[in-house]
Design a protein around this ligand. Structure first.
Ligand code: AMP
Ligand code: TRP
Length: 332
């Protein structure tokens, strides 16, 4: 059976981008067709300035939202990365397999490091080595497929390269994984700045829809979305990114295509109104279920405990074998 692994970083409240670009597919498709693991990757949240209490709260909230969105612990494994030591253990071997140049070529590192330096801040070493930890996340479980949005494909490619290299040098230890991309709304853009991604780590703005936003807040954000000055509604992502983003979101919420939808609207106002309502309806059951789970914290605790146990049992033999293959003396 195909093994799937994916992760979500607790660096901010989950957004509509996370849902349409990743989580919804995990729920609707991946957990039914494969042996899937979904991980709140809290170690990755420490690669940038962070507040300990906030990371802890966001980790729990992310796990709760994954369950609220419909991940079913009877079908898949939901857990928190730091509960399973194997991630950090294998990450070190990945650092011993990757090169410095390879890490520095990562677009996300270059962008984040440049931004940090511009602000006069310092860059944590873990921001550079992040892809080694991400490769460990994936390879520890012998994952075949890694569902991620566009921005993460480069990191999955690197995990592939590291798996191949390790296997060649030390004997077969890892399945070579591949990135799989969702078909619609792979990249949801910020409603106020449709040329940049709707990201949960960004400062809160009116351009980001959070999964737990109240319906009225969602309506307000969508109605105020930046569009362009062209006339009529057309799907032209390069020249009219604001309208294209609304069409992508509406298409993802209603299961139609953005091109078709463009033909059925002639005003931005009507498009925004329908998009707002579609988003409110898609998120409504999720918000309700989240409320129920928060009222029963023992249930979330249990899911995370059992998830970590299962994950540990899967990862340990692989990581032990890799330790042995690379030349480390097994502990007796
Ligand atoms: P992150 O928020 O960076 O931890 O991403 C978690 C998952 O959501 C990854 O698979 C991302 O590629 C995906 N994702 C994050 N933001 C967006 C977005 N605006 N549009 C589509 N997918 C996204
Ligand atoms: N780097 C991913 C992101 O920022 C999160 C992540 C960490 C991940 N480890 C992973 C995704 C392993 C897929 C598989 O979105």
């Amino acid at each position: 059976m195909t093994r799937i692994f994916s992760g979500i970083k607790p660096t901010g409240h989950l957004t509509l981008g996370n849902y349409l670009g990743a989580v919804r597919r995990w729920v609707e498709v991946d957990q039914h067709r494969a042996d899937a693991l979904f991980c709140v990757v809290d170690l990755h949240a420490l690669t940038v300035d962070h507040d300990p209490g906030r990371v802890r709260r966001l980790s729990r909230q992310a796990a709760t939202l994954l369950l609220a969105a419909g991940l079913d612990p009877a079908r898949c494994t939901v857990f928190v990365q730091s509960h399973v030591d194997e991630h950090a253990r294998l990450s070190y071997l990945m650092e011993c397999t990757a090169t410095d140049g390879e890490m520095r070529r990562m677009i996300q590192y270059k962008e984040k490091a440049a931004r940090e330096q511009q602000r006069g801040g310092s860059v944590r070493l873990s921001l550079l080595t992040y892809p080694a930890l991400m490769a460990a996340d994936i390879l520890a479980y012998q994952a075949d497929e890694v569902p991620v949005g566009d921005d993460q494909t480069q990191h999955v490619e690197l995990a592939r390269d590291l798996a191949v290299r390790f296997n060649q040098r030390y004997g077969h230890a890892f399945t070579v994984p591949r990135a799989v991309r969702p078909q619609v709304a792979a990249r949801v853009m910020d409603l106020q700045d449709p040329t940049s991604k709707m990201g949960k780590s960004h400062a809160a703005t009116a351009g980001i829809v959070y999964l737990l936003d109240e319906p009225d807040v969602i309506r307000r954000k969508v109605m105020r979305a930046v569009t362009d000055s062209g006339s009529g509604v057309a799907y032209e992502p390069d020249t009219r990114p604001g309208v294209a983003n609304l069409l992508d979101i509406l298409a993802a919420c209603t299961g139609s295509s953005p091109e078709e939808l463009a033909e059925s609207y002639d005003s931005y106002g009507a498009l925004k109104k329908d998009t707002a309502e579609a988003v409110v309806e898609v998120l409504r059951p999720l918000r309700e279920r989240h409320g129920e789970l928060c009222a029963d914290p023992g249930q979330v605790d249990r899911v995370l405990r059992e998830g970590a146990e299962r994950a540990r049992a899967l990862a340990r033999p692989t990581v032990d074998a890799a330790y042995s293959a690379i030349g480390l003396l097994p502990a007796l």
